[in-house]
Design a protein around this ligand. Sequence first.
Ligand code: GLA
Length: 668
Amino acid sequence: MEPIEGGMAYHSDYDRMMEECSSFGCQRYKETSMKVTFADGVRDFRYKVKEWFVDGELLTLVLEDIYYPLQVKLFYRVHEDLDIIERWREAENMGDEPIDLESFYSAEYSMPGDGYQSMNCNGTWISEFKTFSEPVDCGKKVYESTRGATAHVTSPYFILHQNATEETGEVFYGALAYSGNFKVVVEATPYDYVNVLIGISDTDFVWHLNRGESFAAPAVYAGYSADGFGGMSNTMSRFARKKVMPASTADQVLPILYNSWEAMTFDVNCTQQILLAEKAAQIGAELFVMDDGWFGKRNDDFAGLGDWDINPQKFPNGLTPLIDRVKELGMKFGIWIEPEMVNKDSDLYRSHPEWVYRYETREILEGRNQIMLDMTNPEVVAYLTDTIDKLLSENDIAYIKWDMNRSISECASACHDSLDYKSIWYRHTQGFYDMIRALRNRHPNVEFEACASGGGRVDYGAMQYFDEFWTSDNTDALDRLSIQEGYSYLYPIKYMRAWVTDKHRASLSFRTHCSMCGSLGIGMNLNSASPAELEQLRTMILRYKEIRPIVQFGELYRLKSLKQDEIQAVQYVLGEESVFFAFLPQQFRCKSHFLVKLRGLDENAMYRICFEDKQEIKGSAHMSADQAVLEMVKGKTSHKSGAYLMNNGLELKLSGDYDSIFVVLTKD
Ligand code: GLA
């Protein structure tokens, strides 16, 4: 941009400029990507580019203040084969006087032109990933978490598009690899560009940079799709699998999980869990998870958090008899924990009341009757790590569901000076990362699931340390269709844990199909399920095992959405195979025939189309060998070309309320 000589009244050259690193001050009046305060009270960063260098796929720009000893490095790592650019920043105090960082975003993006829409979520607990697109015509849109964790409301990403659809239109996007307070600002400037900032939230944030210290902001993974939202989702899923997920498990399918929470809540004991495990094994579960209620004096949510020892009334001989039986049944055993929390009614709190966030002069506010441990205190992190390490070392536990059921309040710590309190939000997330990193190192074969009252910890930061996400505490299948669709825009399907539960609005087959669209789990009370229901589940699980690599690793196509269509339809394609699910929640005007154009197939190839036979599943009383069962449920088959299926469409018959269909397509 050419500067206007001498400036013009009320026009700022800096605001007119599309910048890579705008800093507060210097006649900038747009939202800026960093703010510093130097020791003498000067609050702008006037920089020149000192140098830049390229090392393989990494470009580094070094910015230096023209007067003060502050350097900011902008990093750009180009993942060329995966079509993603990773960006982050680092600030370094090269002098002796302290410098305060009051705002330090990870990256800034300027989108030329206008007519953009910004997409994000306005969700809440049990209603996560409720997505909206809104025009960016004036002012700022802010998507933020100030809860100390990612939370359920908005997501730490930006998606900008110009009337994009699933298949068409330009989409610019980026996701932040961070699980704490974040902020995304999308600002419509009057200068024909939209400015986007993404990074750590600057609400109640100050980081003191002392002599020689540096601070690195978390990475953003950003991309561009010329093929609408579908292109974005598949590029990000490929990238996540190659570069973000723990490498040891990224390419492995997730096991079919059974979880006891919805069936038993806190009321768990050895005999009843063994009964459940026997049923879980019978239907084909591979991992049996005992959720909350097994430790301390945990009979409800008023007590026990913090006391991670096995409840002797519920498990008089420890966990061994249960774990042995689970293994004998051919399953792995998993367990629930919530390490960052404590109940006032716990031995841990009674012995360490100073280990929680609190203001000395204020009452500690509780959330779900619990308070938060001070994860900025290394002693607390070491204690918790050793405690969970011991649990994992003494018991054959193959999986951990790590929960976080409240947001931070009274953000102050006994182990920090009050001048440092505004860094605690950030330090909490680092304490959480330190702990999960240490546990993964000590127990590399344990699978970890991130949960925060459902989908409150779904982000690319947690993805580095966890193998899956609990998507939502809402397991109603109809609600789930919308939650799962919203989730799938920027997060990989493999990580989307989905349970079939006893929430009965829909038929068992509709509920199971809905969960088969992600990483299947079961949360029903199997002790009260009928033999026919158990058999139906067994058959559908068997079928899911056959197709799960296609669902968990395939390309995803959102073909129809209940946002605007009568049915929801989703398709997955992996190599020569594809699976397709369609859902009709409510029949309208007797319409029962639908035509859905498939995608991602080879138009020159013929496909064998195999419709699941629902009648057979429902009436199946005489199932013999598994293979015979599968042949029977596969139902009707036909053959069509890829071109026909993509240009004309697949004809479906769906009728009544809560009908669904599952189809497998294989290249002939
Ligand atoms: C949270 C989780 C649930 C369950 C309960 C246990 O709400 O999201 O899945 O684990 O805690 O208390």
